[in-house]
Design a protein around this ligand. Structure first.
Ligand code: PEP
Ligand code: MG
Length: 875
């Protein structure tokens, strides 16, 4: 028979997967001889079983729960539901990874109309007994029966008002009996049945509720944000109750062994005298700082400090502990490695290394790579944030905090920022490449449409600008310059704030502060660099972004998207001219005008890189992205080209495609218009030769052809590139070495990679398009329906943010293997958005790629994640 239930003394800290974090640590603490109330853990496997049985707890599991309950009764010398001295228990969730506040807890379980009388007599404290019962009814109704808390809060407030009581603690036993009677009445009215009196029924319903809470919406969101698999399940801990609400020598609190926001060494926490856990959380009474306990209950404080230090020593990490004092006796109810800010994580890890308690390897593994984001962007002032009024939430597309006045066009945003020095938030239905300057000027970007890899998100992350995207709740009228959200209407100049880390949107300006990078941050990064095998490059296409990425540790550029260079106001008319040209001569002439710009861009990039390599990706987007929509732009273009406005309009319409992302883009442009590839080749080669000579760098240009699906297609474009490159070399009398490679971003290219590698010196996996084309859903629109997929548990995370290792990953593995077979020293990297995602980076390490390339602000994350991947694979 399978074991589904473990008494605390039967487990240990290594059994997290089975017992959950809380259960494993309660077991460990029990075995350390610490004061832990007795109890048992129902395993995570029982939770998975509950789901496979169609949300039923099997007979076998129920029997094991009741057997463990009998042991607990024996240990405590009390009986469940007893009329003179009943056993009461808490029922609490506890998953393998801690998910604070995401799942459910029920306290004081086992009370009913009869046992409450016995409990009152036994404790000699009727007030306390009735208070416990009313709390239990309230919690059970809310958590197990999903009744709204407001019914109970309303009744409690009414009775408090009627009795002139300020705090709950001012209510007498008789007042509380009245509360209980009314609670039970509302329960019966809303549930159509009496409040359950059999404690075994209460227990089994509570266990089910905890299992069910594994799949509540906030837990699903939390799992998605933290890469926690949906099939882990939660354990349930059933523990004999101890009471913090038994009078002034009782209390309850939460404490950390070090400060979780700064990492500073020293106990940090708070407690409430005469209270139960939820009172601390609910904030009805203001808790005391933990150090005050030394005055209130000195013996307890001393013992508490002693155990806290022991626990930190034992776990060799900062601990987050819950404790209860019952009539002067201290109990620990939980310990876990405490959640912390990135700043604290770095401080604590370095301190622990300096204290000789952990190694640099362990320090590097301790820091959550993603959390480094917090150190690289402005953040909200924590106090100010508490006062902020949330009006909505959407996708946290690019981290940081932003507060400013709303503007509805890129131009208005730019003018307000540049001319009036205003902090601006650009609010758009969706952004287009033309908005780039407004996006640059903005503190933050809010879009109504678009997912995590939409244009706004990619560009904002590249610039390190806060962006919240895909807020479908907004109704916007861009022409009238007004939007409404959360019951408010905002006009141009009205103030909002955005949190790009959570996706929350606030009314009004919340003060932000610049992030500071402490000296320990560099220490961790240096250790990480010593451990990693993967190289880290960046996706950048401006000298400013390049310099920024280099400052953050980038070893080169893995993706320079050349089209971004064409969107600058002085260049876009020229590319438009090229696109609308009828003849080769016209097109070549327009390209000739673009050449100096492109070349000076590349020169500036090579200079910013100071000898580091750069992969230049040739023109990729469908041409219609460049065509004008604004009537004034159309007119200007018509004039420039000697055409009528109607002719320009007609030409633009002709470029319309039904499915542009699968249309005339990528290398298909070079197949149709080889002169574009020729111009780009000349620009790269001339720039590289000149900067090499002027600055003494030895540059080897890396030219990358996008969206290839067939070897012959690559060969066709490559021949053009080689011909032009050789011409430039001859003209310049240069023997510069250059490399030609391709992106693997079409499933066919991955499957044919063996052949393609005959022509390609390197592969770069464009996992944005590869994901789009493998799943067959649009990277710009999938955000609209993916939420339903998370709800239905079809997908756990956004495949555009976190690499789908099973499907898309399989294509990468095939391509990597086949590519290496043909060309054993082939260089391979990833340049889709996944290049900055820690779990995807671990995959890239495992798949044997050479480097990952990510947006500049993610470079430190990638350095750390690559080191963690290397250390973990060694383990
Ligand atoms: C990709 O498709 O992953 C890629 C990097 O190219 P882009 O995002 O420019 O299409
Ligand atoms: Mg692509």
């Amino acid at each position: 028979m399978k074991k589904w239930v473990y008494e605390f003394h039967e487990g240990n800290a290594d059994m997290r997967p089975l017992l959950g974090g809380k259960g494993a640590n309660l077991a460990e603490m029990t075995n350390l001889g610490l004061p832990i109330p007795n109890g048992f853990t129902v395993t995570t496997e029982a939770c998975t079983d509950y789901y496979t049985q169609g949300k039923q707890i099997s007979q076998e599991i129920q029997e094991q729960i009741f057997a463990a309950l009998a042991v607990l009764e024996e240990q405590r010398g009390k009986k469940f539901g007893d009329e003179s001295d009943p056993l009461l228990v808490s029922v609490r969730s506890g998953a393998r990874a801690s998910m604070p506040g995401m799942m459910d807890t029920i306290l004081n379980l086992g009370l009913n109309d009869v046992s409450v009388e016995g409990f009152a007599k036994k404790t000699g404290n009727p007030r306390f007994a009735y208070d416990s019962y009313r709390r239990f009814i309230q919690m059970f109704s809310d958590v197990v029966m999903e009744m709204s808390k407001s019914f109970f809060e309303g009744i409690l407030t009414e009775i408090k008002d009627a009795k002139g009581a300020k705090y709950d603690t001012d209510l007498t036993a008789d007042d509380l009996k009245e509360v209980i009677a009314r609670y039970k009445a509302i329960y019966a009215e809303k549930m159509g049945a009496e409040f359950p009196q059999d404690p075994k029924v209460q227990l089994m319903e509570a266990v089910k509720a905890v299992f069910r809470s594994w799949d509540n919406p906030r837990a699903i969101v939390y799992r998605r944000m933290n890469d926690i698999p949906g099939d882990w399940g939660t354990a349930v801990n059933v523990q004999s109750m101890v009471f913090g609400n038994m009078g002034n020598t009782s209390g309850t609190g939460v404490a950390f062994t070090r400060n979780p926001s700064t990492g500073e060494k020293g106990i940090f926490g708070e407690y409430l005298i005469n209270a139960q856990g939820e009172d601390v959380v609910a904030g009805i009474r203001t808790p005391q700082p933990i150090t005050k306990l030394a005055e209130d209950l000195p013996k307890c404080y001393e013992q508490f400090m002693d155990i806290a230090n022991r626990l930190e020593d034992h776990y060799r990490d900062m601990q987050d502990m819950e404790f209860t004092i019952q009539e002067g006796k201290l109990f620990f109810l939980q310990t876990r490695n405490g959640k912390r800010t990135a700043q604290a994580a770095i401080q604590i890890a370095c301190d622990l290394v300096d204290e000789g308690r952990i190694t640099p390897e362990e320090a590097v593994l301790r820091i959550e790579a993603k959390s480094l984001d917090q150190l690289l962007h402005p953040t909200f002032d924590a106090e100010q944030l508490k006062k902020g009024e949330k009006i909505g939430q959407a996708l946290p597309a690019s981290p940081g905090a932003a507060a400013g006045k709303v503007y509805f066009t890129a131009e208005d945003a730019k003018n307000a920022h540049e001319q009036d020095g205003e902090k601006v938030i650009l609010v758009r239905l969706e952004t287009s490449p033309e908005d780039i300057e407004g996006m640059h000027a903005a503190e933050g970007i809010l879009t109504v449409r678009g997912g995590m890899t939409s244009h706004a998100a990619v560009v904002a992350r590249g610039m390190g600008t806060c962006c919240v995207s895909g807020c479908g709740e907004i109704s916007i009228d861009e022409d009238a310059k007004v939007f409404s959200l959360g019951g408010y209407t905002f006009h141009e100049g009205d103030e909002i704030s955005l949190d790009g880390g959570t996706g929350f949107i606030y009314k009004g300006m919340i003060q932000t502060k610049e992030a500071t990078v402490s000296g320990n941050f560099g220490r961790i990064m240096n250790w990480a660099d010593g451990f990693r095998r993967l190289r880290i490059r960046t996706n950048a296409d401006t000298p400013a972004d390049t310099a920024n990425a280099v400052r953050l540790g980038a070893e080169g550029i893995g993706l320079c998207r050349t089209e971004h260079m064409f969107f600058e106001p002085n260049r876009i008319p020229k590319i438009r001219k090229m696109i609308l040209s009828d003849t080769l001569e016209q097109r070549e002439q327009a390209l000739q005008e673009l050449l100096p710009f492109q070349k000076s861009d590349f020169k500036a990039m090579y200079e910013a890189l100071k000898g580091r390599p750069m992969t230049v990706r040739y023109l990729d987007p469908p041409l219609h992205e460049f065509v004008p929509t604004d009537p004034a732009d159309m007119e200007a273009l018509a004039k420039d080209m000697g055409m009528t406005v109607e002719q320009v309009k007609q030409k633009c319409d002709d470029l319309h495609e039904f499915n542009p992302m699968m249309g005339h883009r990528g290398c298909r442009l070079a197949v149709t218009y080889p002169e574009i590839a020729r111009m780009q080749t000349r620009a790269v080669m001339e720039a590289a030769i000149e900067v090499s000579r002027e600055k003494g760098f030895s540059i080897e240009p890396e030219i990358m052809i996008p969206l290839v699906g067939d070897k012959k297609e690559l060969k066709f474009v490559k021949d053009i590139v080689v011909e032009e490159a050789e011409t430039v070399k001859k003209e310049r009398n240069s023997n510069i070495i250059y490399h030609i490679g391709t992106m693997i971003e079409i499933p066919r290219a991955a499957l044919m990679a063996g052949e393609i590698a005959e022509e390609a010196e390197f592969f770069s996996f464009g996992t944005n398009d590869l994901t789009q084309m493998t799943f067959g859903f649009s990277r710009d629109d999938a955000g609209k329906f993916l939420y339903s997929y998370y709800q239905a548990k079809i997908y756990e995370s956004d495949p555009f943010a976190r690499l789908d290792q099973n499907g898309v990953g399989q294509l990468i593995r095939i391509a990597a293997e086949q590519g290496k077979k043909t060309r054993p020293n082939i260089k391979m990297g990833i340049c889709g958005e996944h290049g900055g995602d820690p779990s995807s980076i671990a995959f890239c390490h495992d798949a044997g790629l050479t480097y990952v390339s990510c947006s500049p602000f993610r470079v430190p994350i990638a350095r750390l994640a690559a080191a963690q991947a290397a250390l973990n694979s060694k383990k």
